[in-house]
Structure formats: C-alpha cells, structure tokens
Design a protein around this ligand. Structure first.
Ligand SMILES: Nc1ncnc2c1ncn2[C@@H]1O[C@H](COP(=O)(O)OP(=O)(O)OP(=O)(O)O)[C@@H](O)[C@H]1O
Ligand SMILES: [Mg+2]
Length: 446
C-alpha cells in the first residue's frame, strides 16, 4: 500500500504538472504568435504600448504573470509593470534564446510557481523570450487532497484487513490450539480427551478423525486394563489354591501317603490349569500379532469339519454325546486351516463340554451366494440371556459354579471370535437356558 501510494502520488503529480506545462505552452504559444511581428520593434513607443496592453489582457485572462524579455535578457514588457528595464536572471530565458521552450516549478514564499520560457521567433530569428510565471498551488493542493483521501481509504483498508486476518487466524488457529492441547492430554494418558468439532471444513474433519482416534485409544486402553487385571486374577486363583494346599502339607508333619498323593494331585491339577491359561493367552497374543499374516489355502470345509469332529469324538464318546455333521454340498474356500481348526475345536468343544451326558450336537454346513455358514447346535445347559453380550470377552465365564465343574479359562470364545474376524467373518450365539445353544460362524467365500 505504501508503494502504491508513492506510485499514485508520483503519477498524479507528473501527469498534472505535465498537463499544466502543456497548458502554459499552448497559452504562451497564442501570446507569442500575437506579439512576434512586433518584437523587433519594441523601441517604438506605440508598438511597445500595443504589446504591453496585449500582454496585460492575456495576463488577466489566463491569470498568470507574463513578461517579454529581449535578446539581452532585459525585461521590456511586464504585465505587473514592476520589472521593466531589469535583467531577468532565470534559467528559462537563456534556454528559450536557444529556441527551446522549457518549464520548471519553483518554491516562492512557501507556495509553488511554474516558470515557463518560450522563444519569440519571427522570420526564423529568435528576437526574445516570453516568460510566464503561474501559480501551481491549486494543482498541487488538489493532488494533496486526493492523497489525503487515499490515505484515509488505505488506512481503513489496512485496519479492515488486520481485523479480518485476526478473525481468520482465530478461526483457524483456535481448533489447532485445541487439538495441540488435546494431544498433550493424550500423552499424559487421558485417552478420553475430545475436541469440539466446529464446521465441516478440513479442520472439522481433522477434529472428527481425532475424536474417533481418542475413542478407539480409550477403548483399547480400557480393554488393556481389564485384560491385565483379568490375567492377574486368573493366574492368582490357581496360585492361591496351590499355596493353601502346600501350606497345609508343610504345617502338618505326619500325613498318610494317600493324603500326600491327594494333595499333590490337587497341586498338579492347578498347574495344568495354569498351563492352560498361559497356553491360551500366548495363542491369543500370537494371533493378534499375526493379524494380517493368515496362512490361506484352498480348503474343503467339509473335510475340515470332519477332522475337528474326529478330534473331539473321544471326549464326546465318554459323555455319550452324539455329534452329527450335515453338509449339502462340498464347499471349498480360502482359509487358514490351522487357525480355523482351532476356532471350531473351541466351539464344538464348548458344545460337548456344556451338554449333559446323552446329549446331541448338530454341526451343519450351508452354502450361500456370498458366504458359507457353519452352525453348531447343542441341546445342553444353554446360557442365561444376561450373559450373552459378554460371551466373547476374555476370561468371561457364565458362572463360577459351572467353571469349577467344567474347568476352562474363559478364553475359548475370544480366540474363536478373533480367528473368525481375521477371516472377515462373523460369529453369533443364540441360546436358551436349559434348552440349548447355537453358535453360527459366517465366512465370506472370497
Ligand atoms: N455351547 C455352550 N453351551 C452353554 N454354555 C456355553 C457354550 N459355549 C460357551 N458357553 C459359556 O460361555 C463361557 C465362555 O466360553 P469360552 O469357550 O470362552 O470359555 P470356557 O469354555 O469357559 O473356557 P476355555 O474354552 O477357554 O477352556 C463358558 O464358560 C460357558 O459358560
Ligand atoms: Mg470353551
């Protein structure tokens, strides 16, 4: 804006001055053409008087002082009279004597005047100089007025742009500051931090993405805490039992060998339990880590189910439980055989485990356009409705009384779900207490 102001000022000044200069030249030219025929005869009183009146007339008409100077630089006619006979010592006179017209601005008592010199030429001979002195204050004052107005307009523009910039900076920087604060909160472990989402622009989208991230972080952190506390609890229970048993053994010196054996068997069972928990945990951690590294191969799901059922058969036989497999067609899909076996072992294992002697387990494989469904239905003890939402939580078991009877770590269904989800599939449980349970695994064909 400063540069623009300087430019406009220079431009206005130059163009106005040039205009004024041209005006003086053209008006001076008119006067010169009138007096040139008489310039060589100024010694003649009549001629001198005639030129004098002519000059005075133009001077008042054009509102400027006009002088006629002869070749030696002496003033011969002056519209204001007071310089007649004096030598006029200004640059414009000698310049005009060389045939060149010129004009220049001078300061005079704090006001500006323009001097212009025009050669008076008659029959190709320069006889003298027409000298004009005209005030240019009006011209310059007009420019100053324009500049003052411009200054006001520019100042307002500067203020408005500062104001707008500040507002915009606040609009843009406020959410970013908030975001920075929130990130600091998160680094301090406050995962439930949220930012206020305003607007639907890029910053709004960033805010929404950030909130989504903190929600996830919070959930992950909650799950981690719960997991750690569950693991500690699960590991402590067998430890406590073993401690009690071994303390009892140590504190009483004379037990029968049979009692020692019984107590050691208890300790042994607890060690098995601990081993189971640790194995399952390690398995869970491993499949979580392997996430994207499924070892896919084209597999007949029929044969896979047959294999799993065969593996469980000895336990089923012990409880006199019948397992049936119904498949309408041979279905081949891509899956990680080892992991899917583990998953189905857990589910069918549960069906056998939580079904009373003489019960029935039906495994059905159905094929649809986009996916296949493996359902495992038993007529066992079923699951109370209130427990259904938590079945896939790690270490979740329906009730402790059941657990004592059946054993188990409560990790089986978590592992099964994890494996199904790795295959982009879905696992659901329907159950009625006392009637039976149906677990369905849906897997996409592609
Ligand atoms: N088919 C079923 N019928 C009745 N209850 C079931 C059935 N399947 C699972 N449950 C209930 O759901 C709980 C969770 O099952 P999950 O397989 O995760 O753990 P678990 O069988 O107790 O232990 P794990 O499988 O790790 O040895 C079980 O404790 C059991 O109470
Ligand atoms: Mg189980």
């Amino acid at each position: 804006m400063v540069l623009t102001t300087i430019f406009i000022r220079n431009y206005l000044t130059n163009s106005n001055i040039t205009d004024y200069e041209n005006l003086l030249f053209s008006q001076g030219g008119v006067v010169v053409s009138q007096i040139a025929p008489f310039a060589s005869n100024l010694d003649n009183t009549y001629t001198q008087q005639y030129v004098d009146e002519l000059i005075k007339g133009y001077s008042s008409e054009y509102d400027m002082r006009i002088l006629v100077v002869d070749a030696s630089g002496v003033v011969r006619v002056d519209a204001y009279n007071d310089m007649v006979g004096e030598k006029l010592d200004v640059d414009e006179v000698p310049k005009a004597m060389t045939g060149e017209r010129s004009a220049e601005i001078y300061t005079h008592d704090q006001s500006y005047v323009m001097y212009a010199g025009l050669p008076i030429v008659d029959h190709n001979e320069t006889l003298g100089v027409l000298f004009i002195s005209a005030p240019v204050d009006d011209v310059l004052t007009e420019i100053e007025r324009i500049m003052e107005r411009l200054l006001v307009i520019f100042s307002i523009a500067v203020l408005v742009s500062i104001f707008v910039s500040v507002i915009f900076a606040r609009i843009i920087s406020k959410p970013i500051e908030d975001l920075t604060d929130s990130v600091k909160h998160i680094t301090m472990g406050k995962y439930d931090t949220k930012v206020e989402v305003t607007g639907k622009d890029e910053i709004g989208a960033l805010g929404s993405a950030f909130n989504l991230m903190t929600t996830k972080l919070f959930q992950v952190e909650e799950r981690r805490k719960k997991f750690v506390s569950n693991v500690s609890h699960e590991l402590r229970t067998p430890m406590t039992s073993m401690k009690i048993v071994s303390d009892t053994l140590l504190s009483t010196p004379h037990w029968d060998e049979a009692v020692y054996r019984e107590f050691l068997q208890d300790i042994n069972a607890e060690i098995d339990r601990l081993n189971n928990i640790i194995d399952s945990l390690l398995y869970l951690v491993r499949i979580e880590k392997e996430d994207l590294e499924l070892n896919y191969s084209m597999t007949y799901v029929n044969y896979l189910l047959e294999w799993v059922i065969k593996a469980i058969m000895p336990i089923a036989k012990k409880k006199n439980i019948e397992i049936t497999l119904t498949t309408n067609s041979k279905v081949q899909i891509m899956l990680d055989q080892e992991k899917m076996q583990q998953c189905l072992l857990n589910i069918i294992g549960n069906a056998v485990k939580y079904t009373a002697e003489g019960g029935k387990v039906e495994v059905v494989l159905s094929e649809y356009k986009e996916d296949i469904v493996i359902s495992i239905e038993d007529n066992g003890m079923g699951i109370p409705e209130k427990d259904l939402p938590f079945l896939f939580d790690r270490f979740y078991r329906v009730d402790e009384a059941r657990v004592r009877k059946t054993g188990g770590t409560g990790l089986g269904l978590s592992i099964a779900q994890q494996i199904v989800q790795l295959h982009q599939g879905e696992i659901t449980v329907e159950s009625t207490e006392g009637v039976g349970t149906k677990v369905s695994v849906t897997l996409p064909k592609k």
